[in-house]
Design a protein around this ligand. Sequence first.
Ligand SMILES: Nc1ncnc2c1ncn2[C@@H]1O[C@H](COP(=O)(O)OP(=O)(O)OP(=O)(O)O)[C@@H](O)[C@H]1O
Length: 547
Amino acid sequence: MGLFRYLLRSSRRPFLLAMAAGVVSGAAGAGFIAVVNLALARPGTGPAALVWAFAALCLTTVVTRFLAQSLLFRLSQGVIQDLRRRLIDAVLAAPLRTVERFGTAKLYAALSDDVVVIADALPGLPLLCFSATFAVVSIVYLVTVSPVVALAGLLTTLLGIGLYRLFAARGMRALTAARAEQDRLFGHFRAVTEGVKELKLSRPRREALAGDALDATADTYRRRSVTGLTVFEGAAGSGQAVFFALIGVLLFVLPAAFALDATTLSDSVLILLFMVSSLQGVLTWLPVLGRAAVALRTVEERLASLEQAGRETDDGGATQLPQTVFGDWRTIEFRGVTHAYTGAAGQEFRLGPLDFTFRRGEVLFVVGGNGSGKTTLAKLLTSLYLPETGTISVDGTELTTRNCDAYRQLFATVFSDFHLFDTLTGLPGEARTEKAEQHLRRLQLDHKVSIVDDRFSTTALSQGQRKRLALLTAYLADAPVYLFDEWAADQDPVFKEFFYEELLAELRDRGKTVVVISHDDQYFHVADRLVRLDYGQLRQEETAGGR
Ligand SMILES: Nc1ncnc2c1ncn2[C@@H]1O[C@H](COP(=O)(O)OP(=O)(O)OP(=O)(O)O)[C@@H](O)[C@H]1O
């Protein structure tokens, strides 16, 4: 039912058209059997009207069925596209913390697997309509042949539906349990693809993680899936069995009990045989539809959780250029700002409460030991996290979900876990390629990388070189504020010096504001101001250098 509801909401018109085609096809199919029966009663002497009816019903059955299926094929591809678009939009609009809590494995599973499972099941839906209509019309026709057989047919159909519902509830439970394992399975796949070096280098870890752990999850997934699909197959078998039982009763019990003649008997059996064969068509789709219902529920739950966490791009102002919203900013003020993470074992890391003011045009260093909260502070400063308590204000305007997207456009960043896009698309367009080539030379990457069709020719580089390419991208963004999270950590002494002594000075001269997270104490003197984090608490320190 969930699938029907979803399609009625998302693609009402083509879906209703496909269902109507399924209904017409079912009715025409049953009418076809009635005409066959009438023709069999008078072999070779049927009136012309019967011949025309035969031809029309044949054609209608075939054409409407084709129409319904082809509409559903088109619809199913549309559903894949639509669900993926909605998931991607929800991920991009949800707060970063919500996306981090989800984890990539769960999102990949929904994007890659669930949407395809749903779409693959859709062509089965017209068959349900076809068979339901076929059954209703057949029973109505049976009333004209023999009310007793019609009643038996109706009771059998109801019994079949009851049995199916009984089985389906169990099948759905098993498939839902299998689906939960799938998230874990995708987590293992990710660990294998991203940890391939470590796994190759250590046989015990490979056997433990890519062998035992993955096999255990895959086994549980397989067992639960097989149970679920087998239960659905059981539902199909029991549906078929009750109809066969009815035909048996019709052949061997009813004639004696109700004095049915041979013609009534053969008409009824023929109709019931066609009902069984149409039912078989539906029954083969039941496991597929069961899996699709579970997948749709998972995707909808994931969408709802992402959407419930709040959209961050609702503000009308967010569509304006940052220059017009926050372009003239002077100060960013933290007042009583906190952010906490709760680990799996319940332990908590709390940053803050933080009170400090960040000023336009300064070069600010954020320093402190590992895990002291520097990156978390950077996420708060860039508004990737909004404060859990306290406020961050820009010249008195408090940052909220409604204006944070506009505010974020002030920043160009290279986080320590940055993603290196291989395209320049989306960066300011004017003389982009020339500027990129010039920076490639400056960063000594021109012998490795070139720009081809607005793309880097390669991103398969050393970590230090990849960081230089990320720096180039940030440079091209030409944002008012730059944030570098331990950028120099992977650079050789020459590039460290270039970064701290040349690049930061150049950015300052260009009127940029710069935040540098750093462990390189030999360069702390280039900062205008330095803040030190110690277990989430902040201390401001003077520096020797700066202006
Ligand atoms: N996504 C997260 N979920 C849960 N805990 C987190 C998360 N990110 C960071 N933490 C925890 O918050 C604390 C601060 O992390 P943060 O990354 O801000 O430190 P850092 O000062 O940047 O460290 P480093 O110098 O090692 O990069 C750490 O104890 C870390 O375990």
